[in-house]
Design a protein around this ligand. Structure first.
Ligand SMILES: [Zn+2]
Ligand SMILES: [Zn+2]
Length: 336
């Protein structure tokens, strides 16, 4: 079968990959599409990634084979499947850190969503696969995993009705976070340097002033001068932390929804201590949020209209990566 194969840092090319075979509890899915995630781009550009590999974990497709004992799925059903599943039983899982579970990162789709066919391992078939109703498009379903990560970030940040929050970076993740915060009852502000993304953030329900002066005036007015309760950072990296700290209230929270290779956080201990700030982060989601995200998307409670800006065939994955790196694309959707 064909797959978009990672052959070393920055090199993604269409090639032949062995067709996966399934065992008991597993499913074989013919991929219809897969969203390109920022984490795929980090892997595709990192020297630490082992080649050859196939990425893609925001995968939608049609079941072509069902292994013995699989419940709830049959041939021909459209499904969305996520890549990581925790063990539900270890110390990390029992203490609310499922994405730190050692089984979590070891679990994966085989080979990934940027291929014609994909094996869904038994834990994923049992806990991270959802059958699409006829009314739900493949493209909408492909947002299940990214939205799940956003829902978990909003929970971990502890957003509550009456809070005022600010989402920094209004790409697809920033827009999903804005919607998730609104659902949690918070008033949402957004910030982005790119005008097109500010417009997207407004469509997602955030209040997005055009420049810092306007933003600061609006934040002062909305919070009686305190600053926002939570700043959620999806872009800008470590360097943006002082800017964010100047806009969060005393006792507030700075929450990272993004990594950055080698970057350490510039924040004074005096600020952290005397202002009682919390710096936190969310990495990935769990089957609990995958189910919540799938339900919100399938019912249309969360809309993803306008987030996919480019649809590209498998052979053009490298171009999709470039478009996202240059910020020309918001979300790229790859079809075999
Ligand atoms: Zn993702
Ligand atoms: Zn575990």
């Amino acid at each position: 079968m064909k797959a978009a194969i990672y052959a070393g840092p920055g090199r993604l090319q269409l090639g032949d990959w062995p067709e996966p075979r399934i065992g008991p509890g597993e499913m074989l899915v013919r991929v219809s599409g897969c969203g390109l995630c920022g984490s795929d781009i980090l892997k595709a550009t990192s020297p630490a990634t082992k080649a050859p590999a196939v990425f893609g974990h925001e995968m939608v497709g049609k079941v072509v084979e069902v292994g013995a004992g699989v419940k709830g799925f049959r041939r021909g059903r459209r499904v969305v499947v996520a890549h990581h599943v925790p063990c539900f039983a270890c110390h990390y899982c029992r203490r609310g850190s499922p994405s730190m579970c050692r089984d979590f990162k070891l679990s994966n789709l085989d080979p990934g969503g940027f291929a014609e066919l994909c094996r869904v391992p038994a834990p994923n078939a049992a806990h991270a696969a959802f059958a699409l109703p006829d009314s739900m498009s493949d493209e909408t379903a492909s947002f299940t995993e990214p939205l799940a990560c956003c829902l978990r970030a909003v929970k971990r940040a502890g957003a509550a009705p009456g809070d005022t929050v600010m989402v920094v970076g209004l790409g697809s993740i920033g827009c999903l976070l804005a919607r998730a915060f609104s659902l949690a009852g918070a008033a949402v502000f957004g910030a982005d340097l790119v005008a097109g993304r500010r417009a997207l953030g407004r469509r997602a329900g955030a209040r997005v002033p055009d420049d810092d002066a306007e933003l600061d005036a609006a934040l002062r007015q909305a919070t009686a001068g305190r600053g926002v309760d939570i700043v959620m950072l999806t872009a800008g990296g470590a360097a943006l932390l002082p800017w964010a700290a100047a806009r969060v209230r005393d006792g507030g929270q700075l929450h990272y929804f993004a990594g950055g290779a080698g970057a350490s956080l510039p924040l004074s201990l005096a600020d952290l201590y005397h202002r009682e700030l919390t710096v936190s982060a969310t990495y990935s989601s769990s089957p609990v949020e995958l189910r919540e995200a799938f339900d919100l998307l399938s019912r249309g409670t969360v809309s993803v209209d306008g987030l996919i800006t480019h649809r590209l065939p498998l052979g053009q994955l490298a171009r999709g990566v470039e478009l996202m790196q240059r910020q020309e694309a918001v979300k790229v959707y790859i079809t075999p």
